[in-house]
Design a protein around this ligand. Sequence first.
Ligand code: GDP
Ligand code: GDP
Length: 445
Amino acid sequence: MTQQDSPTAEETLPRPVVAVVGRPNVGKSTLVNRILGRREAVVQDVPGVTRDRVSYDAEWSGRDFVLVDTGGWASDATGMAARIAEQAELAISTADVVLLVVDATVGTTDEDEAVVRVLRRSNKPVVLAANKVDDARGEIEAATMWNLGLGEPFPVSAIHGRGSGDLLDALIAVLPDRPSSEPQPGGPRRVAIVGKPNVGKSSLLNRLARTDRSVVSDISGTTVDPVDELVTVGRTVYQFIDTAGLRKRVKEASGHEYYASLRTQSAIERAEVCVVIIDASEPVSDQDLRILTMVREAGRAMVVAYNKWDLTDEERRYYLEREVDRDVQAFAWAPRVNISALSGRNVDRLGKAIETALEGWETRISTGKLNAFLGRLTAAHPHPVRSGKQPRILFGTQAHNCPPTFALFTSGIMDQGYVRFIERRLREDFGFTGTPVQVEIRPRE
Ligand code: GDP
Ligand code: GDP
């Protein structure tokens, strides 16, 4: 693929990521809701509740950014400071800017200081929000937060909105022009290895990284995020996302499920192509399907690797195929490889699969070809008549690639079933191996 065919900057530009950190109950979720201007992040008074959704699209003064709410981690009395430090470390590794929230009505606590120590070690910009300043009287207390040594504390009331405009202005002012996750033009493609715990993600990374480190170190002038790693697969160098997370065993920590989901989501977000690992020796689980769905929803290219093949016998393989047919059918477009990270079986095929998926992801169909296809399709299979009317496709165009997204201008609303039929036929005619395909209907009255 040549550079000219690359997606335009606008399509793939990742937005800067702002992580909201702070100890429990300082009002992180309330503040996230305030910034989003809607009650999307669920405020939980019950500690220890795992939230599925952790990142949100936000906007202020015309700047788009992603807000990550790190409030969902499980909290208990023991090892609180350590846990908070871990949370802050995670936030730093995934964010461009950190929004530290403290409770002005309580003053600074040891736990706040623990977070600050971690934040200070990074050179990420930090904006300090002194929350629960519901009226002018609280501003004095907020001013005592200067003692954290993080600069000016911004007094806010997440509940009432007081001061939130000034806080957001300050936040926007330190957002980097280029988020750290932005790909370098002509740089290596970004790959994330994702999957539920214990499927063999770290083992696969180690297996891949073992083969040919010398080539990697030869690439000069390539800078990658400290959490990433350059790894050669086949003859191509890829930037593997958040390998620090795979190398550093965070699994023992309590609340690790939450961390795992935060890491998975942020890795998918930063990657162009995801290798989803499923343990072939165990029944395909809901958690596997959730991760497959996350990748599709994020619009990333995808390869599915069934690992631990060495542990499967004929009977297990029989049941696996049935599970795949039944549950993974909706992702049948993703190239599949049966591997063993332990023995190295088929691991060399991953490179080809990743390449194929990225090719599908980048595909562009010319408007002429697309409309010829739509003409043939609708002539042979017109949309069913609804209340005496027949919705028709007037014109279609590929709005963008990465992933391929089609806009169809129609007379009237189309049935979901018909839209899925079009998607299926698009795949049959044009391939799109390894990529989600999006079809958007734009009815014209
Ligand atoms: P988190 O654990 O940091 O996410 O905190 P929450 O957002 O769940 O808030 C903890 C508690 O503080 C909730 O009962 C909120 O209603 C309350 N709270 C949050 N922001 C404010 C504020 O600006 N003023 C006051 N008075 N209470 C707040
Ligand atoms: P992660 O949590 O997804 O990073 O999984 P790990 O890489 O830590 O692997 C979890 C366990 O599965 C470890 O004990 C590995 O040795 C084992 N494992 C990983 N890949 C394979 C494989 O292909 N075959 C077998 N038999 N075991 C494996």
